[in-house]
Design a protein. Structure first.
Ligand SMILES: Nc1ncnc2c1ncn2[C@@H]1O[C@H](COP(=O)(O)OP(=O)(O)OP(=O)(O)O)[C@@H](O)[C@H]1O
Ligand SMILES: [Mg+2]
Length: 339
């Protein structure tokens, strides 16, 4: 069963959203509604987000991404439609229960880090636990653990302003992980970072996720980022979902002309992970030696040199376990699709 369910979410901004909704139902589009003073931010969005996946919402500026996340954390109520988190229908939850659910189940990572300037790194990371009333010693121990996990040991006593952008975003990530929620919402979390740091953090998020299995909703306007880290990606345009699919499905079977145009120029070798080319590990065959295996989250570009010139496929591992194998023919079919 889906962990987060979104059904027919439609949201208009303006003085009379319900009047705008009626016009939208009569068939007016975003431009026509704007002429009547209504901003159509989301139209009939339905999504099922599964536990343990990194679900990416990708769209250009103004496509409705931030509005959609604000519905997922209950900060925004829709003009029509529902959001469910597990058994709870967020859209009708009384505000006390909504606040409790937010503290217990949702952590946010923001583009501009959203750190508390006058608190140390340690106190920033422990903040979610503090809000929940966890005792000081325990929250400090747990914060130290996550600070180490994101590679910031030694920086516990520093203030955010003394850290680089990439380091501040690690603090933001550690804070979300430390809050121990099953859902993490990340709105353009890596967008303000240099390309190299950004790519490093993408890799780290994937390996953390392979270990932790949280449910992550990741918002980005960057298609390469979406394809690299998404288990599945929803493409949003003018507040409507054009297509939801795995990176492989979006690249090889776009169902919409806009999606096809979006993905046309993507560097597939870099965008697709090995798990896009995964075939089952043959039954009965013994597990391979570690040096004969590649990581499921590596890009095709990273494994190509090891596949070229050898007959046998390579084993694919995730978090220590063999999850399948990858063969050169399959990689070639992904990189050079038939005419
Ligand atoms: N509070 C608001 N009042 C009026 N219009 C709004 C409000 N918030 C968002 N909008 C409109 O809703 C639409 C979607 O905005 P949103 O911020 O969700 O886009 P976005 O995809 O997050 O863009 P970006 O990539 O620039 O952050 C836009 O047309 C925007 O003008
Ligand atoms: Mg936004």
């Amino acid at each position: 069963m889906a962990l987060i369910e979104v059904r027919g979410l439609t949201t208009l901004f303006g003085p009379r959203p319900q009047a705008g909704l009626a016009l939208w139902r009569q068939g007016l589009d975003k431009a026509a509604l704007l002429a009547h003073g209504h901003v159509l931010a989301l139209q009939s969005v339905s999504l099922d987000i599964q536990p343990g996946e990194i679900f990416v919402i990708m769209g250009l500026s103004g496509s409705g991404k931030s509005t959609l996340v604000r519905h997922l954390n209950g900060l925004q109520r829709p003009t029509a439609g529902q959001v469910w988190i597990g058994e709870d229908e967020l859209t009708v939850l009384p505000s006390r229960r909504l606040n409790a659910l937010r503290r217990q189940r949702l952590a946010m990572v923001f583009q501009r880090f959203g750190l508390l300037a006058h608190r140390s790194v340690l106190d920033n990371v422990a903040f979610g636990l503090e809000l929940r009333g966890v005792a000081a010693r325990e929250r400090e121990a747990r914060a130290r653990h996550w600070i180490e996990r994101v590679g910031l040991q030694g920086w516990e006593a520093h203030r955010p302003a003394q850290l680089s952008g990439g380091m501040q975003q690690r603090v933001g990530l550690a804070r979300a992980l430390c809050s121990d929620t099953d859902i993490i919402l990340m709105d353009e979390a890596f967008s303000a970072l240099d390309p190299l740091i950004r790519s490093q953090l993408q890799g780290e998020l994937l390996s953390l996720q392979a270990e932790l299995g949280r449910t992550i909703v990741f918002i980005t306007h960057d298609l390469d980022e979406a394809l690299r880290i998404g288990s599945r990606v929803a493409i949003l345009r003018d507040g409507a979902v054009l297509q939801v699919g795995t990176p492989r499905e979006l690249l090889l079977q776009p169902t919409d002309a806009h999606v096809a145009a979006f993905v046309a120029d993507v560097n597939r070798a870099r965008a697709l992970r090995v798990d896009s080319a995964l075939a089952p590990w043959p039954a009965g065959q013994p597990a391979p030696a570690p040096e004969r295996a590649v990581d499921a989250d590596a890009t095709l570009e990273q494994v190509l040199p090891r596949l070229v010139g050898r007959q046998a496929p390579l084993a694919v591992r995730r978090g220590g376990a063999v999850v399948g194998q990858v063969a050169l023919d399959e990689v070639r079919a992904l990189l050079v699709p038939p005419e």
